[in-house]
Write a protein that binds this ligand. Structure first.
Ligand code: BGC
Length: 252
């Protein structure tokens, strides 16, 4: 849905508009004559160490490609005649990678660190520098890194000011996976898309009681926030938070 918005230009581009795709035209299996989406990869991606080469034929898709996880949580994906992976959810009205570094799945990891306080379910939220929105701490998984290491690293960078706190090892040992799969992200294209692994670490023994949250890296502020329906969150984080709240018997 978010990557089919034709009312405004693609993120940080001046004049790249998506080709209009209606609900019926989304599946690749549906014939769509005259489908001519623009081909756009942002200049900011070119030559970056975290990005793929322009030619997708240099990538080994559907496998671990020298430490880069090119496996989708949704099973094997196919490639078009130019060797570009096809988004498993269907057409988005834009070819290329947009602002995403990788062809195919771009894997992220998100951490929901939570506790009960005064009878309320709380989690650590950050305010993002880029959009100013409230979000759960998270980011892209590095080459050679596991999703479980990335969630913890991202939390430490964004909510603990980069400081490793020894006693939290106990908390990191008890992660529960909340979600893994495709994310409805505005950056997604026909050939590049976001997938995330969201892990919840619930503090039942007061390990975080005397820990001062400290924003760092992509985060402007970090604070305990009560899980509620009213929260407006970045990307699909509201869905992740509602899945997490459900695990504690709370319907948001
Ligand atoms: C963000 C994650 C988010 C993912 C998908 C990443 O850039 O850091 O928090 O879940 O994109 O939207």
């Amino acid at each position: 849905m978010k990557c089919r918005d034709t009312t405004k230009p693609y993120l940080r581009s001046d004049n790249i508009f998506r080709f209009y795709v209606n609900d019926v035209q989304v599946p690749w299996a549906t014939k769509f004559e005259g489908y001519l989406p623009p081909d756009y990869t942002a200049k900011s991606v070119e030559g970056k160490p975290w990005a793929d080469p322009p030619n997708p034929k240099e990538c080994a898709f559907n496998k671990n490609d020298g430490g880069i996880n090119r496996i989708s949580f949704h099973g094997p994906y196919t490639c078009d005649e130019e060797g570009r992976p096809l988004n498993p959810m269907g057409r988005t009205g834009l070819r290329g990678r947009g602002t995403l570094g990788r062809w195919g799945p771009n894997h992220a990891a998100d951490a929901i660190v939570s506790k009960m306080a005064g009878g309320q379910l709380q989690f650590v939220a950050i305010e993002r520098h880029d959009t100013g929105e409230l979000a759960i701490p998270g980011g892209m998984i590095d080459k050679g890194e596991s999703a479980s290491a990335a969630v913890i690293r991202e939390f430490i960078e964004e909510a603990l000011g980069g400081t490793t706190i020894e006693k939290l090892t106990l908390l990191w040992k008890n992660g529960h996976e909340i979600y893994k799969g495709y994310v409805d992200d505005p950056r997604n294209t026909d050939n590049a898309w976001m997938e995330t692994t969201c892990v919840n670490f619930h503090d039942t023994s007061g390990l975080l009681d005397d820990v001062q949250l400290k924003a760092g890296d992509d985060a402007k502020t970090a604070r305990w926030t009560t899980a509620s329906k009213e929260l407006k969150l970045y990307a699909s984080h509201a869905q992740l938070v509602s899945l997490f709240a459900k695990a504690y018997g709370i319907e948001l």
